[in-house]
Design a protein around this ligand. Structure first.
Ligand SMILES: *Cc1c(COP(=O)(O)O)cnc(C)c1O
Length: 405
């Protein structure tokens, strides 16, 4: 985490509409990374990592969707995973000890990280996912890569997977034997590229002369909204952030009551947000430690049930002829509630995944309307490879120590 968050020049912010996504990415990353990576190398990393668009699509007047699912794994996590893997690859010198990336996934992280690191020399990725709690397409994305990617199916929840990974990082023996690193959004290299699309979405609205921009963010580990708040701290003049969760409402409850009470996660339709103790919340609190009241002002919490999610999916389909994934639908509900109180604001809700990743949520009629991307058709012919483990740390440690791959 940067010790001081750099403020971008006002002139840049005011003229954002004149820059492309990659130009914005370069300016923002340069400010955050200072001269850690020389300009030409940073440009090359960005060109390679950010090779798909992030369009703002208007649903109706004042309500827009920011589509973040046009990357290879069909989720916004491609931004973070692709940038991070290339930055890590950049710093790895030939002949150095292999980098062992441990990652816990509730569904989408694993696929993005696997595709981001696949074939990156001198790296190995171990993905932990909760058995039976990811969708069939997600499971195929995690378990069919081979090469330097391996998948571990944990008999437990996402929180169990995350706890195993965090525990491994504090284990002396594992740290002596392996060069461990994280690929979850506790890694700052994932958050930096996620700031790019907030600036770029703002730029798209600026081109249409729109102001009073509000972002509604479907939140689980709070990395995505953490990146938005980082963009805000760097000078992006966002009017409000809406943190939208499913019934795993630890943060909305905190914003309401002032009491932070982590809870065991509950399984929902929006499984990528089934997080009871969001990793990035401490980072967000820290970013605002100089003025905690500012955080309470800029951030509003919402939480919605599965029934409301299903209702929202139908409503958006009927009214706007648009298919939203369950996570996206939760952000839309927050946007809708905000709009009712603040009708002149320009609301942007983030669409974090392509709906085809969650086929079990949709009725036949809606499922028919989803266009299936090519990469999904190809996945369905592949074979699953995963090692099954319990949720205790000793078994996981033994697996890491004894697996000779
Ligand atoms: C990971 C994920 C989220 C939650 O993002 P966080 O950064 O963990 O808050 C939301 N929607 C989808 C589809 C995801 O994959």
């Amino acid at each position: 985490m940067p010790q001081v968050i750099p403020l971008l020049p006002e002139d840049f912010i005011e003229n954002l509409d004149k820059y492309s996504l990659r130009e914005i990415a370069f300016k923002v990353a340069s400010a955050l990374l200072q001269d850690v990576i020389p300009a030409d190398d940073l440009k090359a990393i960005i060109e390679d990592a950010i090779n798909f668009p992030a369009p703002v699509v208007k649903l109706e007047d004042g309500t827009n969707v920011l589509e973040l699912f046009h990357g290879p794994s069909l989720a916004f996590k491609d931004f973070g995973a692709r940038f991070m893997s290339r930055v890590m690859g950049y710093f790895l010198k030939e002949g150095e000890k292999q980098l062992d990336v441990l990652v816990a996934t509730s569904g989408d992280t694993g696929g993005a990280v696997a595709l981001g690191f696949l074939g990156v020399p001198n790296t190995r990725v171990t993905i932990l996912y909760p058995k039976g709690k990811v969708s069939p397409i997600q499971e195929l994305q995690l378990t069919t890569n081979g090469r330097n990617i391996r998948a571990v199916e944990i008999d437990g929840t996402f929180d169990d997977c995350q706890a195993l990974v965090k525990h491994a990082f504090t284990d002396d023996e594992l740290n002596q034997k392996f060069r461990l690193t994280s690929a979850n959004s506790i890694n700052i290299a994932r958050l930096i590229p996620q700031t790019f699309y907030y600036f770029n979405a703002y730029a798209q609205l600026l081109r249409e002369g729109k102001k009073d921009v509000v972002f509604a963010v479907p939140s689980g580990n709070f990395g995505n909204i953490g990146a938005g708040l980082l963009a805000y701290k760097m000078g992006l003049p966002v009017k409000q952030f809406l943190a939208a969760t499913n019934v795993n409402d630890t943060v909305p409850a905190f914003l309401r009551t002032g009491i932070y009470e982590p809870k065991p996660s509950v399984q929902t339709w929006s499984n990528a947000m089934d997080v009871g103790n969001p990793s990035n919340w401490v980072r967000i609190m820290d970013m605002f430690s100089d003025d905690p009241d500012e955080l309470k002002k800029i951030l509003t919490g919402y939480s919605f049930t599965d029934d409301e999610t299903v209702y929202a999916i139908h409503y958006i389909f009927k009214k706007n002829n648009y298919v939203a994934c369950p996570h996206t639908a939760i952000a839309w509900m927050a946007a809708k509630e905000w709009k009712e109180q603040n009708p002149t604001d320009e609301v942007v809700f983030l669409s974090t995944a392509h709906p085809c990743k969650f086929p079990e949520v949709f009725t036949e009629e809606i499922a028919q309307a989803i266009e299936i991307p090519e990469q999904v058709k190809e996945l369905e012919e592949r074979q699953k490879h995963a090692v099954a483990l319990g949720s205790d740390f000793e078994s996981f440690k033994e697996y890491l120590l004894n697996e000779l791959v």
